[in-house]
Design a binder for this molecule. Structure first.
Ligand code: GDP
Ligand code: MN
Length: 375
């Protein structure tokens, strides 16, 4: 679950990280009111759950009330990467002398958190990571020892931080790590952490991604969920208890079981295709759930063919077949389907599908190759 910038920064602030003074507004009048209270130049910032808002025109410095009105009305309702802006954050603007990237995430290979920082922070950090990776400094955090001072100092030296800011920088790194750990986050990021014109560190942007599997023990954080601003496919999937991850390819996959779903994606890749998604309908899925799952997959306009791979154990093939028929009737499936059904009630499943227009496959390898050809 992603938190909005204002939510992330409020959380950071609770842990002692300095953030600009500001508040969030749902309409232009509110935005003006906040700006008038701040009584200075302000930044009007789109609150959407994607990055790159600055480049999309969703971050503007306003020098007057007129500016605030104009920018707030431009930005509210704006679409950024397919998501509509419902709120703007009005922050006191600061004079910036440099922008630092500072973040923590899990390093799956090392099996521990990693803190990363770069002197080349700001809106081009992805490019920095791709083109000049040696400008990013890393320290791996031992889960039992925590983040040590020598490590934050190493990072500070790496990014050439002015020596008078090192103590404050260490405090911010420590606070970020505690915030990350205590909220069970997958990512906690400040980009940019700026050095202001009067030589202070300030977290101008914030981002937190929480681990969905740990949300049950953070009721205060789960309440921050803003359904209106979530990706629609992901929201429906979450409500149906389906694990869905959108990918770039054109072969939509409906599979039961996470391992089988990964195996299906591997085989598609092996034969030269590209999966459009990961989707695990779980054990014992009912016809309803299958038809909802198909609806979610088909919301992706990039899907050219559906590959349904069911190994019937607890999941019954006839239930899945009913779900497919239901989806064809309710949702209208306009792309070709390749179906491989084996296991519990596979005969009944095949009978149900006998009159539907679809391609059947005898093995997963066969199914993958047929799907790729159709795509
Ligand atoms: P993002 O594009 O979604 O990452 O949004 P950010 O909040 O990081 O803002 C993008 C850029 O806007 C930052 O990298 C800064 O260069 C600039 N910016 C944000 N807040 C301020 C501010 O208070 N003053 C000034 N001068 N620039 C700001
Ligand atoms: Mn940013």
């Amino acid at each position: 679950m992603k938190l909005h910038e204002y939510q992330s920064k409020n959380l950071f602030s609770k842990y002692g990280i300095p953030i600009p003074e500001g508040a969030v507004a749902g309409d232009v009048d509110e935005a003006v009111e906040i700006a008038e209270k701040l009584n200075s130049d302000v930044v009007v910032k789109a609150q959407v759950l994607v990055g790159g808002r600055g480049k999309a025109g969703g971050v503007k410095v306003a020098k007057s009330v007129g500016d605030v009105k104009r920018y707030a009305s431009d930005i509210l309702g704006m679409e950024i990467s397919g998501l509509t802006v419902g709120k703007v954050l009005i922050d006191r603007a600061v004079g910036i002398s440099s922008e630092i990237y500072l973040g923590i995430t899990n390093d799956r290979r090392r099996r521990c958190p990693v803190m990363m920082a770069s002197a080349a922070g700001g809106v081009d950090i992805e490019e920095v990571a791709a083109k000049t990776p040696d400008m990013i400094f890393r320290e791996y955090i031992h889960p039992f020892l925590g983040l040590r001072k020598y490590q934050t100092r190493n990072i500070a030296f790496g990014i050439n931080l002015p020596s008078e800011l090192i103590a404050d920088f260490d405090d911010i790194c420590q606070a970020l790590y505690v915030a990350y750990r205590e909220s069970d986050a997958e990512l906690a990021e400040i980009n940019p952490l700026v050095i202001t014109n009067n030589n202070k560190l300030l977290a101008v942007d914030g981002k937190i991604v929480l681990d969905d599997n740990a949300l049950f023990r953070h009721s205060d954080l789960s309440e921050l969920r803003d359904e209106k601003s979530e990706d629609e496919q992901e929201m429906i999937a979450r409500k149906q208890g389906l694990s869905y991850v959108a990918l770039e390819g054109d072969i939509g996959c409906l599979v039961n079981g996470a391992g089988l779903a990964m195996g299906t994606m591997d085989i598609i890749k092996y034969f030269g295709g590209e999966p459009a998604n990961f989707l695990d309908i779980g054990g014992g899925a009912t016809a309803d759930k299958v038809s909802e799952a198909l609806r979610i997959i088909l919301m992706d306009p990039g899907v050219k063919v559906l590959l349904i791979n069911i190994f019937g154990g607890i999941t019954r093939c006839d239930e899945v077949a009913k779900g497919i028929i239901e989806a064809i009737e309710k949702v209208g499936v306009e792309v070709p389907m390749v179906v491989r059904l084996v296991g519990t009630n596979e005969e009944e499943g095949r009978d149900i599908l006998a009159n539907a227009e679809l391609t059947t496959a005898s093995s997963l390898a066969d199914a993958a190759q047929k799907a790729i050809k159709l795509a």
